[in-house]
Design a protein around this ligand. Sequence first.
Ligand SMILES: [Zn+2]
Length: 202
Amino acid sequence: MPRQKSSKQRLLDHLLANIGRVIEAKELQEISGWAAEWGRRIRELRDEQGYQILSHKDRADLKPGQYLIETTKRKPAFERGVSKETRAYVFERNGYTCQMCGVAAGDADYFHPGRTVRLTLGHILDKSKGGEDTPSNLRAVCTNCNEGLQNAAPQKPDRIHLLAQIRRAAIEDQQAVFIWLTGKFKNQKIAPVKSKVKSSRA
Ligand SMILES: [Zn+2]
């Protein structure tokens, strides 16, 4: 007689069969066979096995008790070991923006129409070259850059060119830039920016 599947395996099978559909807690409870510990099993699938099961803590459009899994891909082992605090710190430091291509979390995903960009953690110095899982060696990258879908990271825009673009943008676009920058730097003291001309002679 085949052994009965564990409640965790049943939950995983059900989640993977429902990629992209919001699932209510009650449905998961039922699938688990009304296991008292079903919530803990979900956490194990997420934190130990790396399945990217989203809840209202990850997505504003989910209500408490709703779960969503959008991909069968699992987070790499290193990322499961990185604390929530470190992850949040790195994302905040990087303005929730991919440090390779510049898209932000929640932007429309060019490679997956109808979806929004998701960020993950990447290493600045690759692990194979001795890079560590520390905040100073981690950065926000979008899942597309992380999977190598974008062949080359565009060069960072030059400051004068960037300012010129903003100065001639429409007021609403300037306001969007202002709101984004204000959010990004709200907790930081900003030192005066050194002139590029002078600093290049130093
Ligand atoms: Zn990217």
